[in-house]
Design a protein around this ligand. Structure first.
Ligand code: WT7
Length: 658
């Protein structure tokens, strides 16, 4: 499917699926009138609306008296003089009423299942928190978490929250260099990791990447590395620095008074790609962040205490923070945590797990859905999926074809789909159906949540009401939003609040609204790619390529891809001559792909590399990316090339080497 086809099919999408009477009757928000009433209430008294929700949802050690502080905009503060602890809100407060309820159903890559109750999880978090304290880790310290999906990863995050340490989870698929970049930027004092992880039946080491990162410059701040034993690999421990998780853990008491922090105390930093430079450390708050996660689960996932919730995201991404590590626990939910991959031992794994664990609410990414359709479109029919009542989608636009399959085959026409638009920076859902209220349309994330004022504006920041679309913005500050970029407040202002936007938050996506006011996300407006739901900066991949001694220059663009959404295409100019024969070109391309895998992580490996003697540039030396995008897609070049310095180069770059 080409991009133009998919946009066409979205623009012509006319199917509408209102919630069934059965779903709507039982829903937390039932019918559009209720939704509209909530929106009206939030508009009538904006900060009062959020303040009420914050009082209702969060247990405060000391209640807040201030709600929204805009005095130093865009550095907004919410509930600042309120004191709370996020881990207390996720664990302790459930103990009186449901200590034996299962908090986590963990399923390993090998299929082995372990259940952890709220009582046990609380005990483990306290014990590990005491372990962190015994290493001198304290409030405000930064701790890197580089772990596989596991109960321990959640324990590590919650334990940091308990003592007020600021965690930064680094996805286990990132390389030692990416890890190093994050350690030094955050000036972390400790790293929590594992010997390795199981994925698709294979044991893969993790600790060596930590060791490698720590040999590079700038890591002097790290005094402790805590290693959870998962795969039983023989690894080297540095006696002064490294300690096994179990050695640290076992000797500790399971009583740990939470550290009470201001609602504005940073809960975590999570690195994500921007259009320029190195990844940005998105800094989130404690109170406002928790509130966003909690309200969205009640509204969007229509949370019921009897639910079995399963969000398939890794805790290395924001989705795994808000909808695995924090949100479901804050509500006292039972959730599934999965170590493995959707295709092992076969493409029925997700469906089998939904059947086995009687999952009611299933939340995954379009790229997973598309790959599972391809590998076994009929497989869901072999499993009993009758426990499901709600499906969710996140990370990229879902094409109507995949949406219909998800709806009919997985949801059996019974389960609403919530297509949730949001970002690392927004912390929680922004635009999404409320499943008992909003009639849904395949491919649209529909309408903003109550209290979220989303709009589409032109380059001058003025709202546009026609259907041509423009930049997606959020006009008012909201509790769960990014507070700053760690260590770089100027970049925060420039990236998200450029002057033309008149104080609105610029999301970085383009979108349009249809006659019903529904939002349709069209894609990024910057040089950020969305590959299998992972956010990658073209600049980062270019920097990785030019760091290779053979490469003089590189330009990276995205091109539509059936499964991944977008594929990475790199145009490379070598320092020496281009290899003469096809086999040598192929070998070199493979070498460079692996190089990028080592520099950033396997998710960033280019799908295609094309070699040229030069890149198409304007006379002023600017790379003409729109031409490269057209070449990557295999389109005829119909664009104006009159400003091009070196037109002959276009022919050369059309050659593909996979
Ligand atoms: C970008 C944010 C949200 C958590 C996972 C990704 C794209 C996200 C949707 C959706 C269309 C979507 C946007 C956004 N995106 N959800 N439902 N429909 N596009 O978080 O890595 O910060 O990426 O993902 O382009 O800007 P992220």
């Amino acid at each position: 499917m080409s991009e133009s086809n998919s946009i066409e099919s979205v623009l012509h999408e006319t199917r509408v699926f209102p919630p069934s009477a059965e779903f709507a009757t039982r829903a937390n928000v039932s019918g559009m009138e209720s939704y509209k009433a909530m929106v009206a209430a939030s508009e009538a008294d904006y900060s009062g609306y959020w303040a009420d929700l914050a009082r209702k949802n969060i247990d405060w050690k000391q209640p807040f008296t201030k709600v929204l502080d805009e005095s130093n905009a865009p550095f907004y503060k919410w509930f600042e003089d309120g004191l709370l602890n996020v881990s207390y809100n996720c664990l302790d407060r459930h103990l009186a009423t449901q200590s034996e309820k299962t908090a986590i159903i963990f399923e390993g890559d090998d299929g082995k299942v372990t259940r952890v109750s709220y009582r046990e999880l609380h005990g483990r978090v306290c014990q590990f928190a005491n372990g962190l304290k015994s290493r001198g880790i304290k409030k405000g310290d930064r701790v890197i978490i580089y772990m596989p999906m596991s109960v321990e990863a959640v324990v590590a995050m919650q334990a940091c929250a308990r003592i007020g340490a600021i965690h930064s989870v680094v996805f286990g698929g990132f390389s030692s260099k990416s890890l190093h970049e994050r350690i030094t930027d955050a000036q972390a004092v400790a790293i929590i990791t594992a010997d390795g992880q199981f994925r698709g039946g294979r044991a893969m080491p993790l600790k060596p990447a930590v060791d490698e990162a720590l040999t590079m410059d700038g890591c002097e701040s790290v005094h402790s590395v805590i290693v959870y034993r998962r795969i039983g690999a023989s690894i080297e421990l540095d006696d002064d620095r490294d300690i096994w998780w179990h050695d640290l853990f076992n000797s500790q008491s399971s009583v740990c008074e939470p550290e009470w922090v201001s609602a504005e105390h940073p809960l975590f930093i999570l690195y994500t790609s921007g259009s320029t430079g190195t990844p940005k450390g998105v800094q989130h708050s404690s109170g406002g962040y928790l509130l966003g996660a909690m309200t969205s689960i009640q509204w969007v996932f229509d949370y019921k205490p009897t639910d079995v919730f399963w969000c398939t995201a890794d805790v290395g991404w924001i989705t795994g923070h808000s909808y695995v590590a924090y949100g479901p626990l804050a509500l006292g939910a039972t959730q599934v945590v999965f170590e493995g991959v959707p295709t092992y031992p076969d493409a029925g794994r997700f469906w089998k797990m939904i059947q086995d664990h009687k999952v009611t609410t299933f939340y995954t990414a379009p790229t997973a859905i598309r790959s599972l359709i391809k590998l076994g479109g009929d497989l869901p029919k072999q499993y009993d999926l009758s426990s499901l009542r709600l499906l969710g989608s996140v990370g990229e636009p879902i094409n109507p074809e995949a949406w219909m399959w998800y709806y009919n085959v997985v949801g059996q026409g019974r389960c609403p789909i919530v297509d949730t638009w949001w970002q690392t920076e927004t912390g929680s859902h922004m635009i999404s159906p409320l499943p008992g209220a909003t009639p849904i349309k395949p491919g649209s994330c529909t309408l903003p949540l109550p209290g979220i004022q989303a709009a589409i504006v032109n380059e001058a920041g003025d709202e546009v009401h026609d259907q041509h679309g423009g930049f997606l913005v959020i006009k008012k500050p909201f509790p769960s939003q990014i507070r700053t970029i760690w260590g770089d407040p100027e970049r925060y202002k420039k990236s998200y609040f450029p002057e033309e936007m008149k104080g609105a938050y610029l999301a970085g996506d383009s979108a349009h609204r249809d006659a019903d006011g529904y939002f349709w996300i069209m894609g990024r407006i910057d040089d950020v790619l969305n590959v299998s739901g992972h956010r990658l900066g073209t600049m980062e991949i270019e920097s990785a390529l030019v760091a290779n001694p053979l490469v003089a220059e590189a330009a990276v663009v995205g091109k539509p891809h059936d499964i991944k959404g977008e594929a990475v295409v790199a145009f490379v100019v070598l320092k020496g001559a281009r290899p003469a024969d096809a086999a040598a070109v192929k070998k070199l391309a493979e070498e460079l792909r692996n190089w990028v895998g080592k520099e950033i992580g396997p998710i960033a490996k280019p799908d295609e590399i094309r070699f040229g003697e030069n890149l198409p540039k304007t006379r002023s030396g600017k790379i003409m990316r729109r031409l490269l995008r057209a070449i990557a897609k295999g389109e005829e070049i119909t664009q104006d090339t009159s400003t091009l310095e070196n037109p002959a180069i276009l022919e050369q770059l059309k050659e593909v080497v996979r």
